[in-house]
Design a protein around this ligand. Sequence first.
Ligand code: GZL
Length: 323
Amino acid sequence: MRFSKNARRAFILSAVLLSSAFSTTSWAQKPLVMGFSQVGAESEWRTANSNSIKDAAKKAGITLKFADAQQKQENQVKAIRSFIAQRVDVIAFSPVVESGWETVLREAKAAKIPVILTDRAVTVSDPSLFASFIGSDFVEEGRRAGRWLLERVKKMSNATINIVELQGTVGSAPALDRKSGFEQVIVVNPKLKIIRSQTGDFTRAKGKEVMEAFLKAQGKNIQVLYAHNDDMAIGAIQAIEEAGLKPGQDILVISIDGVKGAFEAMIAGKLNVTVECNPLLGPQLMQLAADVVAGKTVQKRITTLEGVFPAEVAVKEFPNRKY
Ligand code: GZL
């Protein structure tokens, strides 16, 4: 059977249209690929944060390339460069420290790959280097810790109330901001003095080690410990007990995150209050990534909602905790 020239032409045209339609359809269903650079695995908070991101990516059908930087900035820069080379659709990361990101973020921008900040902020001269920042207000977390202490010391007759402070990772947004927020609030009470302040790098081991040094230097002259996260507080509680003192009584213990370990310490009477810092950012991040890749307008700053949990509510609240 012979076909006319027009019939052959119509057949070829419909075959081309059909194949392009198929490839368009298959393109439209291509899963979004996200490169995520995580700070590390330094705390209970970080573990919960990583689990939230991995679970949410799976539920959203997003292909996640996850890199753990072991708390080293150079590893995060390497991971981001690798994501650029792999041409991922979007890059997200929790920057271990605030500064030193300008160059690699310019490389991502040149490659036309959008970047989303999660958890911690960066300091850059050009805000267009990231599409959005989703995370807590660390200054407010520090203020909440300070406000709890202002109320608590109303019951104390001491002429001065000496505070030792376990700071988070040097140069990180949570360490800088939690310190300034706390100081902004306690300055109104001249009895309150921060007599020692040093980084415990957000880990239990380092928190214990630094608290041992504080106790050796200051002994019974410490009335309050302010720790920038629960893991350092839990390490410090061990040091306080090993020094023969009662954490939560001889030394008030204030910390931030709201992880299960903190609730267990409060129920045991060893920690007085934890200020919540929500790590469960995964679902919001995946929605944000899909919106950014789709070219939708997104909020530049998304702040997570959080509370304060004094020991008095620990038993009741503990069963509700998700991390
Ligand atoms: C806060 C987060 C901090 C936690 C720590 O959002 O960056 O890092 O408070 C964690 O537990 O190590």
